[in-house]
Design a protein around this ligand. Structure first.
Ligand code: 26Q
Length: 824
């Protein structure tokens, strides 16, 4: 019998790099700082005081360790990697940092002694929501794993004053509110004015020949200060890395003269024009915006980051010729792809390298990850916008393109068609993905099937030219946040069963299967009890927020992710209605009660996605209030899905909905978070789902729907006719006429016009009707499996047991070995 009463809220000793404090020392330290920084005694401390002082303690220790890390790196002249990403979706940090520092256990005891509510203090921390979804969260998981696995790896991005909007649901509609995450002080950051750099925009370029060399002068640029704010990324083994976020400031603030010289109006308007750069995160996750400000953001943080790296390299390592032996720059999608011409610019214009040397250094330094094949998400900047904003960078891109096209001419003489297709500049646009491929030594997709599509379809032309550049690096997530922190009881249970080794070698989770725990009734019983408790906790959250009573004994069937047509939240909605109609028609229908839980934001300008949210809220109202169906199903839309809410959802989920149209979801990472927490996936064979299926085996995954080759074939032949499926399925007809378009005879009067048109008028490019039948069958299979609780529990345990390969620790070790060539 396994006992899990006392929670093991401590990293095991072997994972810690400093002596942990004892409880009394911790309490003394805490009390002292509370009095010094907050001017209050323990008796008067509010949750906010408690939060700030605890964070302060953690930051101080982390910052000190950060010095040690940097000294170590510099002394041993180690290679470092810089992860450039326009988003880092960190989520709350206090509990995670206390855990990494080995202080969580003592902190819990100390707060209990002092009669302070630690949970309330955690709640004070505002989620830094500096990301839209998967791509930004991946960057955050990677920072965690880099530090934890002992790699010197730093992040570089923008300190947005406003992160992703806060979502409210009013009458079923999404309302966006500004996210003001900096309204209280951000305890984790340290501003570094001495490390500020200047970024140049606009102006014009004057070329001069000096002693036979071309020299480029940038006349009348707009200067913007990039002010660094550093956030420690805490790992183990004495490694604390740095996430550097740049905030944009006007040079006028530094130069008081403009004010006193009477140019007050211009000084103020310059200030706002500069500061606008880091004002807000773009709330789009899958569409491309040809906005000047977006390009400004990209160049801003990339230029600031590269300038900083070069300066640091020259100071501590000297010779730039060996730059790629000491520095890797990884670009997270094409948003930082201007890194290629920016590094070229600095090497040529500022450091005096000739083109070929500079190009060699650049390509050997930079590597690129692609996160999407959706054509609407591929970045292509208008030449005019680009040239006006970044005149010198444009010249360099132009030169890269010309040289590349000349090389292509050698390879494919006379094949203008192909050269035109592959050119970096074409149709008056700069194709950023092509620039990224040509300018880096490594291009990777984020799941096997996605990487194959890149080679066979999207980048096929480039794969033929540079086959050795293409890799697959399937995504991963940090089990420290998504299991250890989010699900402490399951963490304890696993550790009591197989020891602590899995915490640093997540593949060891397979020991749960090897040693028979996945078939051990007592273990499975405990696991089920923990799931039930997590569900009860989520039920409370649901009740507090939505006033909906849900039964923790029902199946928690969850789809949480950004709202997008390709992710097919609508397919689940159609299934819910199908089930609802069956329940209405048959009072004796025997099913396991189910709670369907949705969460996710829609881009503010994406009408279809917003309408889908409204649709779900509408059917939720109908179903939740229909007493005829005896409460057998409930539908909940949880507002404002974000990292902290996700931490409450994954541990409480039974079913993980991963139902994107095959080929569209590059990887998915939510699917992995569910898996760690023992949820069973109902999914298409898309993205990393394919590998999850392989990892857990056929019997522990419920698969349905079109496969990638089938989807690609349907696109190639254009033979899909959605109405064939509609006309032959009365279930679909009833759903559409009863809920989507209640007056089919009145043209253009559907209640949900965007949904109606996408499904029926425009021959739905996501094949919902074709996958509908197989999906309903798969859902029946879920129902059947769940009602066999012994079977279900085993499946659940198998999912946790084989989740280890989706740990970002494993993924980072592969990146380090194969792409960055780093040693821990
Ligand atoms: C681009 C230009 C202008 C405005 C916004 C954007 C923009 C911003 C964010 C475009 C795309 C994104 C984010 C994309 C993203 O999150 N992709 C997801 O990446 C995950 C990590 O690899 C994958 O698991 C998901 O499958 C993929 O959808």
């Amino acid at each position: 019998m396994i006992e899990t009463k006392t929670s093991m809220r401590q990293q095991p000793r072997e994972l810690l790099w400093q002596e942990s404090l004892d409880k009394d020392t911790f309490s003394r330290l805490f009390t002292e700082k509370l009095e010094m920084y907050r001017g209050v005694s323990v008796a008067d401390a509010t949750p906010e005081d408690t939060y700030i002082v605890l964070a302060q303690i953690a930051k101080e220790r982390a910052t000190r360790m950060g010095f040690t890390t940097m000294n170590e790196i510099q002394q041993h002249q180690k290679k470092q990697i810089y992860y450039f990403s326009i988003e880092f979706l960190l989520g709350r940090m206090l509990e995670q940092n206390l855990l990494s520092l080995g202080l969580l256990g003592v902190c819990e005891e100390s707060m209990a002694d002092l009669k302070l509510d630690l949970e309330k203090a955690y709640e004070i921390e505002l989620d830094p929501g500096l990301g839209n979804g998967g791509l930004g969260r991946l960057a955050a998981c990677f920072m965690d794993s880099l530090a934890f696995c002992g790699f010197p790896g730093h992040g570089c991005s923008i300190r947005y004053k406003h992160g992703l909007f806060e979502q409210r649901i009013v009458d079923g509609n999404q309302i966006e509110m500004a996210d003001n995450w900096l309204r209280n002080e951000n305890v984790w950051e340290i501003k570094k004015p001495s490390k500020a750099v200047t970024v140049k925009f606009g102006g014009s370029i004057r070329e001069e020949v000096v002693e036979g060399r071309h020299v480029f002068h940038h006349d009348d640029p707009e200067l913007v200060i990039a002010m660094p704010y550093d956030i420690p990324m805490i790992g183990s083994d004495q490694v604390v890395n740095n996430l550097r976020l740049f905030s944009a400031e006007s040079v006028r603030q530094f130069n008081f003269e403009a004010f006193s010289s009477g140019d007050y109006i211009n000084a103020i308007s310059d200030k706002y024009s500069a500061e606008a750069i880091s004002e807000i995160l773009y709330p789009d996750d899958s569409s491309y915006n040809n906005h000047l400000l977006r390009l400004k953001q990209q160049y801003f943080f990339v230029s600031a980051g590269i300038q900083t790296i070069i300066r640091h390299h020259k100071k501590y390592y000297g010779d730039l010729k060996a730059f790629p032996d000491y520095v890797s720059i990884h670009i997270n999608d094409t948003h930082p792809a201007v890194a290629v011409p920016e590094l070229m610019r600095i090497l040529i214009d500022e450091e005096g390298f000739d083109w070929d040397e500079a190009w060699d250094i650049t390509v050997r330094t930079i590597s690129y990850t692609n996160h999407t094949i959706l054509p609407e998400a591929l970045e292509r900047w208008d030449v005019t916008i680009f040239r006006t904003l970044l005149p010198r960078i444009f010249m360099i891109v132009n030169e890269i393109n010309e040289r590349f096209c000349r090389d292509l001419w050698e390879l494919f003489p006379g094949d203008w068609e192909r050269i035109g297709r592959m050119a970096i500049i074409g149709g008056n646009q700069i194709r950023m993905a092509f620039l990224a491929i040509v300018g880096s030594h490594s291009v990777n997709g984020v799941a096997e099937v996605h990487s194959e599509i890149l080679k066979a379809e999207l980048f096929h032309d480039f794969y033929e030219v540079y086959p050795q550049r293409f890799f697959n690096m399937t995504n991963g997530v940090t089990q420290r946040r998504w299991l250890q922190k989010a699900n402490p009881d399951l963490t304890d249970l696993i550790t009591q069963a197989i020891g602590t080794k899995w915490l640093s070698s997540p593949m060891e989770l397979t020991q749960l299967d090897v040693q028979g725990f996945t078939r051990d009734a007592a273990f499975l019983e405990q696991m089920a009890r923990i799931k039930r408790e997590n569900k009860a906790k989520l039920a409370e959250i649901i009740h507090a927020n939505k006033r909906i009573a849900v039964d923790p004994a029902s199946i928690f069937d969850v789809q949480v992710k950004r709202f997008h047509a390709y992710k097919r939240q609508l397919l689940l909605a159609l299934y819910i209605l199908e089930l609802y109609i069956r329940l209405r028609n048959d009072r004796d229908l025997e099913i396991a009660p189910r709670t369907f839980i949705f969460g996710g934001k829609a881009a503010p300008g994406y009408r279809f996605a917003k309408e889908t949210i409204k649709f779900i809220s509408t059917i939720a109202d109908i179903i939740n209030n229909d007493t005829e169906i005896r409460g057998m199903i409930k539908v909940v839309f949880l507002e404002n899905y974000r990292v902290s809410l996700a931490e409450d959802i994954f541990p409480a989920s039974d079913v993980s909905e991963q139902i994107s149209t095959a080929s569209k979801e590059a990887s998915g990472t939510g699917n992995m978070k569910f898996m760690f927490n023992g949820a069973i996936t109902i999914g298409t064979m898309d993205g990393a789902n394919v590998e999850i299926f392989e990892a857990v085996g056929e019997g522990n995954y419920v698969r349905f729907g079109l496969t990638v080759p089938e989807v690609l074939e349907l696109y190639r032949t254009g033979s899909y006719r959605c109405l064939e499926y509609y006309d032959s399925d009365p279930r679909l007809q009833q759903i559409v006429t009863e809920f989507i378009n209640t007056q089919p005879d009145v043209i253009g009067k559907a209640e949900f016009p965007n949904i109606y048109d996408s499904l029926i008028t425009y021959n739905d490019e996501y094949f919902l009707f074709k996958d509908f039948g197989p999906y309903v069958d798969a859902q029946s299979e879920i129902d059947r499996l769940y009602r066999d609780q012994d079977r279900w529990r085993q499946m659940s345990a198998m999912n946790t047991a084989y989740a280890g390969r989706f740990s970002s620790d494993e993924v980072i070790r592969r990146y380090a070995r194969d792409i960055w060539r780093l040693v821990p």
